[in-house]
Write a protein that binds this ligand. Structure first.
Ligand code: BV8
Ligand code: ZN
Length: 257
């Protein structure tokens, strides 16, 4: 489907709302932009995380092997920052849609856990493709555990170590050059391929394989709705483009009559 309507015109919103209302199966794919209004810095935008740091220097297994202390210092800082952030109206609107609509699934690239906080105890937990700031994994035996503690990155010895085997723990996050969890990504492919609508919210759509999910919906005959303050590689193939902040647009898009 060509890109029929763009911008913040009511035309785009009317079209997008009718697509959502008519759709049976919807997959929402979110990126850092959905958390921007919660105060979580994005990666590539102005003031983004990658502006202060180079992704290659921190979010790779090589970086961790070279300087685990520095990498943990960065993740510890991000964890404490995110712990001070709350879900915004976009997270809440997506959580309530996935709680009330039988086939509405949230798939996120974010590691900030804010979709899960917005979902509360409901069953509509998001699929976290890139892992979580609040889960750690043993570099030796693979033991995983939830962890929200403050990270003491003074020395390698003060970093988190495995309760089972004593080896160094790492963030349970997918770094560049690492494969996504096959089961999780397989489920995302299934959801995207079956979706009548792929709702892409707040992603620059440059990181693969997540960025390729929306196209699976399009190729299977479904529609893409993009919510973003900027244009991205998806804008040109989107059925409707809603230009503006997620916390304002997503609740409007998903509200019932
Ligand atoms: C893999 C975890 C293979 C770390 C992340 C060349 C071409 C294509 C691909 C590659 C290539 N070279 C290398 C690759 C592969 C690489 C990749 O895609 N690189 C890109 C950069 C070119 N991918 C990988 O390495 C992946 N693994 O391919 O493995 C393999 C297979 C088998 C066996 C072995 C290996 C792993 C990818 C995951 C990497 N980890 N993060 C961490 O978080 O610390 S990626 C990182 O980027 C984040 O996870 C984030 O989720 C992701 C995407 O970023 P966005 O979420 O989109 O955020 P961004 O800041 O970019 O954009 C924000 C958007 O929001 C903007 O559009 C902005 O306009 C908008 N916005 C801002 N405010 C608002 C808003 N929108 C709405 N409202 C607002 N208020
Ligand atoms: Zn271990």
């Amino acid at each position: 489907m060509a890109n029929t309507v763009e911008g913040d015109s009511t035309g785009a919103m009317d079209l997008a709302r009718s697509l959502v209302q008519r759709a049976e199966r919807i997959m929402a794919l979110t990126g850092a932009g959905v958390s921007a209004e919660s105060g979580v810095p994005t990666f590539r935008g102005a003031g983004g995380l990658w502006k202060q740091y180079r992704a290659e220097d921190l979010a790779t297994p090589e970086a961790f092997a070279r300087d685990a202390r520095l990498v943990w210092e960065w993740y510890g800082w991000r964890r404490s920052l995110v712990l001070g952030c709350a879900p915004n109206a976009a997270h809440r609107a997506l959580a309530s849609a996935s709680a009330v609509r039988p086939a509405f699934h949230v798939v996120t690239q974010n590691v900030d856990g804010l979709h899960a906080v917005a979902a509360g105890g409901t069953a509509s937990l998001p699929l976290e493709l890139h892992g979580s700031l609040f889960r750690i994994r043993c570099t030796a035996c693979g033991r995983r555990q939830d962890d929200r503690s403050a990270i003491d990155a003074t020395t390698t010895e003060t970093l988190p170590h495995c309760d089972t085997c004593g080896a160094l723990m790492r963030p349970d996050i997918v770094w560049f050059g690492e494969p996504l969890d096959p089961a999780g990504f397989g489920e995302a492919v299934r959801l995207a391929s079956a979706a009548d609508v792929c709702l892409v919210v707040g992603t620059s759509a440059v990181v693969h394989p997540a960025a390729g999910l929306a196209d699976l919906t399009r190729r299977a005959g479904g529609a893409i709705i993009e919510v973003n303050v900027d244009s991205t590689p998806i804008t040109g193939v989107a059925t409707a483009v809603l230009r503006g902040p997620a916390a304002e647009i997503v609740p409007e898009l998903l509200r019932d009559e």
